[in-house]
Design a protein around this ligand. Structure first.
Ligand code: MRU
Length: 378
């Protein structure tokens, strides 16, 4: 394949709707989400006026990806507080909406904690709600800052691991601005490489069954003018065998204290392939994705989703109706499906974990503990 480095001069990337924003129209505050189930066909926003609407958006993947789930959880608590709903109940509903990405519970805990501290100081519910909203805004801003730092650390690591030229990077799922207060995690590193002319090609796994790679990463790559190619997940093996992959870059939904990484299902097979082919397997995630209270990978709860997501084809219009519901059947009626949303990669298969505080490599419990000690993540 003739490689052509796509070039986009700085500043020429088209403006994009933010993945999440807080608004205060006269009818009351709302959380506005870019509905990711409708992409790439249409850019449509979803206006959430209450916590049940946000929980639905989380469960149908209208809003998704670990860092953004954390931000959503925090704004959700603020929404409940400002609108005068029961904050404890809202926090429990939001934190329980999806089990694997630890950022969700973390974001909820931060905003609920700020609310509670203000109440304990005798500040009253209105001031406490303001404190919850301020905390959500802080988390949103911190995530954008972390994203920029990870992009820098990640590119420096790639240049070190792969001296001498253009990088051909394979990625899985979607890890760009759609899931972040900034430009994302793994995708932000690839974007940085693209901007400085060092990305030769971004290989994009389609990411069955909900096609986050095909629908969302390809959408973000195309908008950014990157040289990218979409592949079916099961074509990755032959791509490695052909020597076409220089590094794998993925995000994470939860990193256990021993360095095991839960990410979108299909990540673990890539790690095994990378090991066999002596290709670096790099995880890019903010420290908010590390869960020091989860000791090892086997303790991570992996979300199991509806079998229909596998037995029915979820092309964008079908996805838009609600993930996996009402799609085109691709298996006989009544077929049972195994549909874990994530898998867990053991630390020994991970070359490095890139965070906003720096790089952990080799990936060990000690390295993770040292990182946690330096972060404000609790
Ligand atoms: O089920 P999803 O789409 O929420 O899964 C998202 C992923 O697995 C991402 O790779 C992960 O959250 C990292 S995003 C920076």
């Amino acid at each position: 394949m003739a490689d052509q480095y796509a070039q986009t001069p700085n500043g020429s990337e088209p403006p994009r709707l933010p993945s999440l924003r807080w608004e205060e129209p006269p009818e009351g505050p709302v959380v506005v989400l870019l509905d990711q189930t409708r992409l790439p066909a249409e850019e449509v926003e979803l206006v959430c006026t209450d916590v049940p609407a946000l929980v639905r958006a989380i469960q149908t993947l209208a809003v998704r990806g670990a860092p953004l789930l954390g931000i959503t959880g925090a704004y959700g608590v603020a929404l409940a507080a400002v609108r005068g709903y029961d904050v404890d109940e809202a926090a429990a509903l939001l934190a329980g909406a999806r089990p694997t990405a630890v950022n969700l519970a973390y974001g909820v805990r931060r905003a609920a904690g700020a609310y509670r501290v203000a109440l304990e100081k005798g500040e009253g519910r209105e001031r406490a709600a303001e404190a919850a909203l301020a905390e959500a805004r802080d988390l949103h801003r911190e995530d954008a800052e972390a994203s920029a730092l990870m992009a820098g650390h990640g590119l420096a690591l790639l240049d070190e691991l792969l001296p001498g030229g253009g990088h051909r990077i394979l990625t899985h799922c979607n890890t760009g601005a759609l899931v972040s207060g900034g430009e994302g995690t793994a995708f932000a590193v690839a974007l940085q490489a693209h901007r400085v002319g060092r990305l030769r090609r971004l290989w994009v796994d389609e990411t069955r069954p909900l096609l986050q790679g095909a629908r969302l990463t390809a959408y973000e790559a195309a908008r950014s003018g990157m040289a990218y190619t979409l592949l079916t997940d099961n074509a990755a093996g032959s791509l490695f065998a052909a020597g076409e992959v220089d590094a794998v870059l993925i995000g994470a939904d939860r990193i256990a204290a021993d360095g095991a990484v839960a990410n979108k299902v299909g990540s673990y097979p890539l790690a095994v392939l990378a090991k066999y082919h002596h290709v670096p397997f790099v995880v890019v995630a903010p420290t908010t994705t590390i869960d020091p209270h989860t000791p090892v990978g086997a303790s991570i709860e992996v979300e199991q989703r509806a079998g229909q997501e596998v037995t029915e084809l979820t092309a964008p219009p079908q996805v838009a109706k609600g993930a996996g519901v009402g799609g085109l059947p691709v298996a006989p009626l009544g077929t049972q499906a195994y549909n874990p949303a994530f898998d867990v990669t053991p630390p020994e298969l991970v070359t490095a974990i890139v965070t906003e505080l720096g790089v952990v490599s080799p990936v060990t419990g000690g390295g993770i503990a040292e990182l946690c000690a330096r972060s404000r993540r609790v």
